[in-house]
Write a new protein. Structure first.
Lengths: 205, 246
């Protein structure tokens, strides 16, 4: 590392995101030694968000809890699967949960579609009142930042991102459902993700 | 000369959100190969999108999780990260195992649906073949399917037709390798749907998969990266045909 880079790093302001990530990585390091308290710390910090994500995708609380259990079981059994070079602990955890939830929902597609007609309103109501909900289980600043970034996206980009990530729909399913050409779905996804990435990175600086 | 990353960026953005499907999955793999493993821009794009996707979860209100979940996870491991409650799988007779290995079917996806001709299936009432396994409430309505393939070891699946869920037992299975897992697939027509990933402990697996087996033509197992992808990236090492079941 060059002298200039070292100086830059040393003079960079400390931000809470870095501290939080450093804490997560410390917990992961302790997991390698079988530290149960470290596991409980990680679990209590991220399991509620993981469950919210799984529940949003699969729309059933008990299945969401099973997904969370399975994902965290994988973490406990093999903490070495986390590669710090590839991103933050929180995103890795949410990625595992999301993979499992999407896999499940695609397996149960027919069943989900039957239930879908009755559920969107409840989901929408929950989203509409999201800011009023008193229940804020940790990480309120992170939630505020991500919600603000999402709300700031052009509507057509936000819709595609939400359908894909939160509803577990594939690009083709979104194109079919909305009548938007597949190429447009993909380009909106890329533009939305670019913007989210840049905004979230900017906020962390 | 700077290479254009527009195509791979678009595909990676969709993939990070779990939305990639159809021919685009293969296209992404071709793009990756084309750019090469040393493509720093590609790595940066992928990392950035994965990070962004993970953080989207925090847009949701947290949901309380029963404290019993963490206790179950820690309790089930009994201090050892790799020990899980396991039921015994009955060992097939040696000549049967050798016979199955000798067949070494090379099938995948569409071919798997037609595997009836080359894959030997043992379909029997589970209660008659697993009398010693107390962990399974076997009834005459249950079915036990034994996988065949090129890998060492034995894998079987028990399920009740018309009911969700299937239980898998495996023994003497080789380690899938560093950062690799076994992934179970349900084949319907030419589509492979993931049934989840599992890592054997001392060659043994015992896992319940919440899957609907009812419309599945065949089952397959591949070795995959530990992130448990939603589409298979390798040839199956074990298969089972369900189309001939009675």
């Amino acid at each position: 590392m060059s002298q200039a880079m070292l100086m830059l790093e040393r003079s960079a302001p400390i931000d809470m995101g870095d501290l939080s990530e450093a804490g997560d990585r410390d917990l992961m390091a302790r997991l390698h030694r079988g530290d149960e308290e470290a596991f409980r710390g990680l679990f209590h910090r991220y399991a509620p968000t993981a469950k919210a994500l799984a529940q949003r995708v699969v729309r059933q609380s008990h299945l969401a809890e099973e997904i969370v259990q399975e994902a965290f079981m994988a973490v406990w059994r093999d903490p070495g699967a986390y590669d710090g070079e590839r991103g933050s602990v929180r995103s890795w955890l949410m990625g595992m949960v999301h993979h499992r939830a999407v896999d499940l929902v695609r397996r149960e597609e027919a069943h989900r579609r039957r239930a879908e007609a009755a559920i969107p309103q409840a989901i929408e109501e929950q989203a509409d009142h999201a800011d009023d909900v008193v229940q804020q289980l940790g990480l309120p600043e992170e939630r505020r930042i991500v919600r603000a970034a999402l709300a700031d996206l052009p509507e057509e980009q936000r819709d595609v991102l939400e359908s894909m990530y939160f509803d577990g729909l594939s690009q083709s399913q979104i194109a079919e459902k909305t009548g938007i050409p597949l190429g447009t779905v993909k380009s909106r996804t890329m533009l939305g993700m670019r913007r989210m990435r840049d905004v979230l990175a900017e906020v962390e600086r | 000369m700077t290479r254009d990353h527009t195509v791979i960026e678009e595909l990676m953005a969709v993939d990070a959100l779990g939305g990639l499907d159809g021919d685009d999955r293969a296209l992404l793999e071709r793009e990756r190969e084309s750019h090469g493993a040393a493509c720093a821009e590609c790595a940066l794009l992928e990392k950035g999108f994965a990070e962004t996707a993970g953080r989207l979860a925090f847009a949701l209100d947290a949901e309380p999780v029963d404290d019993a979940v963490v206790d179950r996870i820690l309790g089930s491991s009994d201090g050892s990260p790799a020990s899980e409650a396991v039921v015994e799988i009955p060992q097939a007779p040696r000549d049967e195992v050798e016979e199955r290995r000798a067949r070494r079917p090379r099938v995948w996806l569409a071919a798997a649906a037609a595997a009836a001709a080359v894959v030997a299936i043992a379909v029997v009432a589970a209660g008659t073949i697993v009398p010693s396994t107390t962990s399974v409430q076997a009834t005459t309505s249950q079915r036990l399917v034994v996988f065949t393939g090129e890998t060492e070891g034995t894998l079987a699946m028990a399920f009740t037709p018309g009911e969700p869920g299937a239980v898998f037992w495996g023994s003497d299975l080789p380690d899938p390798g560093a950062d690799r897992v076994y992934e179970i697939w349900m084949i319907e027509g030419d589509e492979a749907v993931s049934g989840g990933c599992v890592t054997p402990t001392d060659g043994v697996i015992a896992v319940r998969v919440e899957a609907s087996i009812g419309t599945t033509d065949a089952m397959a197992v591949t070795t995959e990266p530990s992130d448990c992808p939603s589409t298979p990236s390798s040839e199956p090492i074990l298969t089972a045909d369900l189309t001939t079941m009675v």
